[in-house]
Design a protein around this ligand. Structure first.
Ligand code: UDP
Length: 150
């Protein structure tokens, strides 16, 4: 009998995903959701919204003081985003793997950024999506974007 390894036990997580303004403008929201769902993850909350500056600054607080911080904030305010909470087995890491590297030129083919991002930004990397990078970040970011979610 094959025994199931402890490491593959189901671990249902939630992650915050954003389709950034470049993704909304290029009408790639549907394609991005399609990839999330085909991978086996579910969208459990979602809306299209224009973000207030304070929320963007709080969301990216770890980057405050870096040269790309102001361009990044401006970029995130340049149009609406689609904010969502996804759920699934190890979905925090799974979505990061699906997104690909931050730099779309280096992102592997097959990933969202590798296949779809072009990065025509000059001062900020335009890479279509954001996904929480750890369980602690996911908890913080979900509270920030969806405070009413149980
Ligand atoms: N970013 C940038 N220049 C950099 C690093 C990051 O413009 O040198 C932007 C880019 O849009 C990135 C976001 O800031 O997605 C957040 O950076 P992070 O390192 O958290 O990358 P991510 O988790 O989004 O891959």
């Amino acid at each position: 009998h094959a025994r199931r390894d402890k490491n593959v036990a189901t671990l249902v997580e939630r992650s915050l995903v954003l389709v950034k303004p470049d993704g909304v403008k290029r009408a790639l929201t549907g394609a991005i959701i399609d990839r999330i769902e085909r991978k086996g993850m579910r969208v459990i909350a979602m809306d299209l919204r224009s973000l207030p500056r304070e929320l963007v600054e709080e969301h990216y607080a770890e980057h405050q003081g870096k040269p790309f911080f102001e361009p990044l904030v401006s970029f995130m305010l340049s149009g609406p985003v689609v904010a969502m909470v996804i759920e699934g087995h190890r979905c925090i890491e799974a979505f990061r793997t699906l997104s690909g590297a931050t730099d779309p030129v280096k992102a592997a083919p097959g990933t969202i950024r590798g296949d779809l991002a072009t990065d025509v930004g000059t001062t900020v990397v335009q890479n279509l999506v954001h996904g929480s990078d750890s369980p602690a970040s996911a908890e913080r970011e979900i509270k920030l974007f969806f405070p009413d979610l149980a």
